[in-house]
Design a protein around this ligand. Structure first.
Ligand SMILES: [Zn+2]
Length: 123
């Protein structure tokens, strides 16, 4: 598996499961058409049609690309952590039952764990 090398900042979130400061991430209020891929292995994780504004300070998605993401119980015993199914990069957490969108699911993802590929650059 080819993995991109990470900066210290990226490592803090992706490897050490940290969290970026809310309302500071590159993609928090980013609504172009395209695909969000894993920063480390570039597996497509979310499409822009599933992105919505939950006003929580992090990019929010109501649906993942099928099979791209693994849900695991967080060490805190409360939340569900989401990781890249391919390289296990930490992405954020998933919350169910908040009634934001019809899927009733919010993937709360750190911008720094993602890379955006605009639709116009895709084949
Ligand atoms: Zn990955």
């Amino acid at each position: 598996m080819k993995l991109n090398s990470l900066t210290k900042e990226e490592e803090k979130v992706i490897v050490d499961k940290g969290q970026e400061i809310p309302f500071t991430g590159e993609y928090d209020t980013h609504y172009e058409d395209g695909t969000y891929v894993c920063k480390r292995c570039e597996t497509p994780l979310y499409t822009s049609d599933s992105k919505f504004d939950a006003h929580c300070g992090w990019p929010s998605f109501d649906q993942e690309i099928k099979g791209a993401i693994k849900h695991v119980p967080d060490k805190d015993g409360q939340r569900t952590e989401i990781i890249c199914n391919n390289c296990s990069a930490h992405l954020g957490h998933v919350f169910i039952g908040e009634n934001f969108t019809p899927t009733d699911t919010r993937h709360c993802v750190n911008s720094i764990s993602l890379k955006f590929i605009p639709k116009k650059d895709q084949l």
